[in-house]
Design a protein around this ligand. Structure first.
Ligand code: AQP
Length: 332
């Protein structure tokens, strides 16, 4: 079976609908066809400042949410990044084959460091995409299910894999991005040309999987829509309505065309009212399941430890090969 790897940061109290529709939903589906490795990337979560107690809690909440949406630890390998030391070890090697200029061109770093003030941004934030490359290459992943915002980082991963292979001999699989076009960029409900984002969206701009369903419904009802009255799908001229149709279609399995037909002659209010209910009913059971997993943190930690062991079986073999190729002495 082909292999996939992806990760998500434990940087918020809940994942949002953009994370879910852009990436996590595909993680679940790929378990049927791929050998899947999914991780909560806590090493990435300390690149922009954090609170230790909160990080520990969010790491568990993240893992619980992944289980709640349908990641099955018997069918895929679910683990926490810091419990697999090879990620940090390979990242160092990859840092040493990454150009400073090349890393400087990463738009996510430019955006995030500009927000923090360039002087204050950490070196960890700067090399974040290199660690991400290590995450992927360690598992020899064929494909990486992510949202559109990760495309540039994936391109860097591919470049680094090819460079290493050329310089030191074929070692890594060069991975392909797995980006589902329809849901690759879910946008902010209040600012429908920007992506729905943990750090950049206002509270009313994003739907959290773990928020009060009534509050989520209210946010959908007060989403910014566009001028005109007609419900049509056109992300260029009607980004607000188009985003709502995308979410509606993805959560119900109904096609956009079908929805447009069904709402012909109706107003934005009707669409929002119905979608509000769809969203509220979608997140409710996820919350219940997440709560159940969190009731027994010791059990959850044990499950993650088993995942880390499974992950290490693969990552340690890759790292050994890498160390050998670059000329490090094998332990006697
Ligand atoms: N709006 C989105 N639409 C589609 N996919 C999205 N993803 C994030 N936002 C959207 C995808 O979610 C996955 C998890 O990414 P992450 O752990 O890097 O999450 P993040 O980047 O911290 O989440 P945000 O909201 O994007 O945070 P900010 O804006 O603070 O960086 C990835 O596959 C991502 O593509």
């Amino acid at each position: 079976r082909p292999r996939v790897l992806s990760g998500i940061q434990p940087t918020a109290d809940s994942f949002h609908l953009g994370n879910y529709l852009g990436a996590l939903r595909n993680w679940v589906g790929l378990q049927d066809t791929h050998d899947a490795f999914y991780c909560v990337v806590d090493l990435h979560a300390i690149t922009a400042g954090h609170e230790p107690k909160l990080l520990r809690q969010r790491t568990r909440v993240s893992a619980a949410q992944l289980l709640a949406i349908g990641i099955d630890p018997d069918r895929s390998t679910l683990f926490v990044q810091s419990q697999v030391p090879e990620h940090a070890q390979l990242a160092w090697v990859m840092n040493c084959i990454t150009g400073f200029g090349e890393a400087s061109r990463m738009t996510q770093f430019k955006d995030k460091s500009a927000k923090q003030g360039a002087e204050r941004a950490s070196v960890g934030l700067f090399t974040y995409p290199v660690l991400q490359a290590a995450d992927i290459l360690l598992y020899q992943a064929d494909a990486v299910p992510v949202g559109e915002d990760q495309r540039q980082h994936l391109e860097l991963t591919r470049d680094l894999a090819q460079r290493f292979n050329t310089n030191f001999g074929k070692t890594f699989v060069v991975p392909e991005p797995y980006i589902v076009r329809d849901t690759a960029k879910i946008t902010d409900l209040q600012e429908p040309t920007a992506k729905m984002s943990k750090s950049a969206s206002s509270p009313n701009g994003l739907i959290e999987l773990l928020e009060d369903p009534a509050r989520a419904a209210k946010k959908i009802k007060s989403a910014v829509t566009d001028t005109g009255r007609e419900i049509v799908f056109d992300p260029e001229t009607k980004p607000g309505v188009s985003n709502l149709l995308t979410i509606y279609s993805a959560l119900t399995g109904r096609s956009i065309d079908d929805l447009v037909l069904a709402y012909a002659g109706k107003g934005y209010g009707d669409l929002k009212k119905d979608l509000a209910e769809v969203v509220a009913e979608f997140i409710r059971p996820i919350q219940e399941r997440t709560k159940t997993y969190l009731e027994d943190p010791a059990q959850l930690d044990k499950l993650l430890a088993v995942g880390a062991e499974k992950a290490r079986a693969v990552s340690s073999a890759t790292l050994r090969r890498v160390y050998d190729r670059i000329g490090f002495l094998a332990p006697a």
